[in-house]
Design a protein around this ligand. Structure first.
Ligand code: AMP
Ligand code: MN
Ligand code: MN
Length: 333
């Protein structure tokens, strides 16, 4: 499961096969989060330190960088999807569990060399060289190891990118994946001089007033279903495009809405259903341990981790939740 010595060697060889003026494209998943952007931009900066001049980083779909990540180092290398290199010499993919999360950029997997860096157990197995470690707390754990093998020393800019990624995917060093190795990596990153307090305030503890009001409204309509998930309980809520519009907020403000929902003590499973278009919903699933929600997500064409997963749902929000409720009993641990 963890990348083998051969895979690491192949990844290093793939990067070294690109000359300083060859086009290199870095891609992360649609609707990027802190790990997707942080691991990608950290590696992009590392490649710049190695002397590469034609670097572009991108993600599919609407070109919105969530506010919390708008100050990440390396953002000058980020371009919207239409400006991505068409025929890059080398493609590096970050935090992407399945090709569907690459949208129309999936065709770049046809590049002469491709390297996939990821940590989803549900990763579907695409790409040339695969650095997929389901035991890694974040894709940035894999990314940092790649830079080390390439001989790129950590500096404060690279470290800030990787720290944001690590803090995001460990829920501020709270989740089970927060191992000794995670804290050792955090220590190496902080040793470059970055300021964890400042970074955490920016990415976790700062949001527009309208986002807070919207959150209040959406949490206010949450429903507790104690009988679901074999009696372990389920709590769910939903947010519509109309909710966003009324509060003047972009969709990404709903990315962290699952956190207060999953804190409900009476429910093992939590669900947030976020409208993305007419009859289309982005579904976030979390479990405290009783259910493998990635199994539910994969059954619906999505993916993720055992305790945190997601998929795209269709129809009415209530129907999406009813489908999840039915699948939960099949995926009890
Ligand atoms: P989220 O609820 O959006 O924070 O996502 C939780 C986890 O599920 C992350 O690891 C995502 O990569 C994964 N995930 C979310 N939506 C999808 C999807 N449509 N397809 C595959 N994986 C997904
Ligand atoms: Mn991600
Ligand atoms: Mn991740």
């Amino acid at each position: 499961m963890t990348p083998s010595a051969e895979q690491w060697a192949a990844a290093v060889a793939a990067v070294r096969s690109a000359g300083p003026d060859d086009e290199i494209l870095l891609i992360c998943h649609v609707n990027p989060d802190g790990d997707a952007l942080g691991s990608m931009l950290g590696v992009a900066l590392g490649l710049r330190r190695l002397g590469h001049t034609r670097l572009r980083a991108t993600f599919p779909g609407e070109f919105t960088v969530p506010g919390p990540y708008a100050d990440l180092p390396g953002l000058d290398l980020l371009v919207p999807e239409p400006d991505a290199w068409r025929d890059p010499r080398l493609v590096l993919i970050f935090d992407v569990a399945s090709e569907s999360r690459l949208g129309a950029l999936a065709d770049r997997l046809g590049a002469p060399r491709s390297v996939v860096l990821d940590h989803h157990a549900s990763n579907t197995g695409f790409g040339g060289v695969r650095l997929v470690d389901p035991h890694a707390a974040a894709t940035s754990v894999v990314a940092e190891q790649l830079l080390e093998r390439l001989g790129v020393p950590l500096d404060a800019e690279i470290a800030e990118c990787f720290y944001v990624a690590l803090a995001t995917d460990t829920g501020s060093f709270k989740f089970d994946m927060t191992t000794v190795a995670v804290h050792e990596l955090a220590a190496r990153l902080i040793a470059t001089g970055i300021r964890p307090g400042e970074i955490s305030r920016r990415i976790f503890d700062s949001r527009p007033f309208g986002a807070m009001k919207l959150t209040g409204e959406v949490l206010g309509r949450a429903v507790l279903d104690p009988a679901a998930a074999g009696g372990r309980g389920m709590v769910w809520t939903y947010a519509t495009l109309d909710d966003l519009e009324r509060h003047g907020q972009p969709p990404y403000v709903l990315d962290t809405l699952i956190d207060p929902v999953r804190s409900v003590a009476e429910a093992d499973v939590s669900i947030v259903v976020k409208q993305t278009a007419e009859g289309e919903w982005s579904v976030s699933l979390r479990s405290k341990g009783a259910v493998d929600v990635s199994g539910v997500a994969v059954a619906q064409g999505g993916g993720g981790h055992r305790l945190a997963a997601g998929f795209t749902g269709y129809g009415e929000a209530g129907d999406v939740v009813a489908t999840v409720r039915r699948l939960l009993d099949e995926h009890l641990n």
